[in-house]
Design a protein around this ligand. Structure first.
Ligand SMILES: C[S@@+](CC[C@H](N)C(=O)[O-])C[C@H]1O[C@@H](n2cnc3c(N)ncnc32)[C@H](O)[C@@H]1O
Length: 350
């Protein structure tokens, strides 16, 4: 028997996250993509969904309502959909993912995008009121830190109500002890690794590795021959070393200038990197000079059939520099990072 689940991702990375789900659990069937959500059916055990790398959170679906109207009647619809939901099988899924533990406390988390004639809080209250009737008496409603979280999500007429199977370690990872200001979300780094079409023969380079997130996530996705990384800042390199150690991943890390790498020509098969961008790091002019120097060096060290996956908010600038330097972009994935749009480019030499 297959059950309905959904994965939450960074908005823009839904299809990519679903491709990982499909590759990991082949019998999965897509039901629908929504903004930052992939809704799917699968007969797999719920605990298998907790090992995904590109997904931020996973839910067992209690209700999927299509075409919810904006008016106040909608609150009654939310209430009755919650009352009619199969809470016990969703809780059973939660328990499987938590080594059989029994939840003692619960709460409702609500998220709403788009305009409705009611407030997010009122929508959350409609769901809470219904759950008070169906939750086992032994479980207590709390404000924060609940064992069991029921999330209500409203967006563009679709509503999802689900039991959250994952916890914060799914998106934040346990290895990531050290951060730098421009550090990438692990799920985004994993998405870049996924877009680089991983093979066990890969020699992967992140020339501007920061806290090491991209290389660590690539190694966690699957086997790799070798991983190399470096950063201009030696303290950052030390921090990447500590993260790599805590993730138990083998990466050769050095302090270097990515514009002049101590690597042989054509010595790596994949470059996966998060370029310094925007106001966060460097001005536009500085970025242009840096990007031009970087692409020449990347061109030198990447093997002839190699692939480059790069992330930047300086979309137009990077696009132009890639074209001017004889690169072809096979795919571009646009999503939102730190409140601004960013693009992941999958490129090869033309
Ligand atoms: C956007 S951050 C990378 C963040 C990294 N992906 C992470 O998750 O932590 C860019 C990094 O490039 C480094 N950097 C800037 N210019 C560099 C250069 N010329 N050579 C090497 N590293 C450089 C910065 O020190 C910074 O750590």
């Amino acid at each position: 028997m297959s059950d309905l689940f959904y994965a939450m991702t960074m908005p823009g990375l839904e299809t990519l996250a679903f491709s990982e789900i499909r590759a990991t659990i082949p019998e999965t069937e897509l039901v629908k993509f929504m903004r930052g959500i992939a809704l799917f059916r699968t007969s797999t055990l719920p605990e298998n969904l907790l090992d995904l790398h590109t997904t931020e959170d996973v839910f067992a679906t209690l209700a999927h309502i299509k075409g919810l109207r904006r008016g106040p009647d909608a609150l009654r619809v939310l209430h009755s959909a919650t009352l009619n939901a199969d809470l016990s099988s969703a809780v059973a899924s939660w328990r499987r993912g938590h080594h059989g533990a029994r939840p003692r406390t619960w709460r409702v988390v609500s998220q709403m995008t788009g305009s409705y004639d009611f407030r997010r809080m009122d929508a959350g209250q409609a769901v809470t009121d219904a759950l008070r009737k169906s939750m086992p008496r032994s479980m207590r409603l709390v404000e924060d830190d609940a064992d069991l979280e029921i999330w209500l999500w409203l967006g563009g007429g679709d509503v999802l109500i689900g039991v959250r199977l994952s916890d914060a370690t799914m998106r934040h990872r346990q290895y990531k002890r050290e951060h730098i200001p421009a550090s990438l979300r692990p799920t985004v780094a994993a998405s870049m690794g996924w877009l680089a079409r991983p093979t066990a023969e890969d020699i992967v380079l992140d020339p501007l590795c920061g806290a090491g997130t991209i290389l660590i996530e690539r190694a966690l996705l699957g086997p790799v021959q070798q991983e190399l990384g470096g950063d201009l800042n030696s303290q950052t390199v030390n921090l990447a070393r500590r993260n790599a150690r805590s993730a138990e991943v083998d990466i050769s890390l050095k302090t270097w200038d990515a514009r002049s790498l101590p690597l042989e020509a054509s010595s790596v098969t994949r470059i996966i990197t998060n370029l310094p961008f925007g106001k966060q790091i460097g001005t536009r002019e500085e970025n242009e000079a840096l990007y031009t120097a970087l692409i020449r060096e990347f061109d030198r060290v990447l093997a002839p059939k190699g692939l480059m996956v790069s992330l930047t908010s300086e979309d137009r600038l990077w696009d132009r520099i890639l074209q001017e330097n004889g690169w072809r972009t096979q795919k571009k994935v646009v999503f939102v990072v730190l409140g601004q749009p960013a693009s992941i480019f999958v490129s090869e030499r033309a």
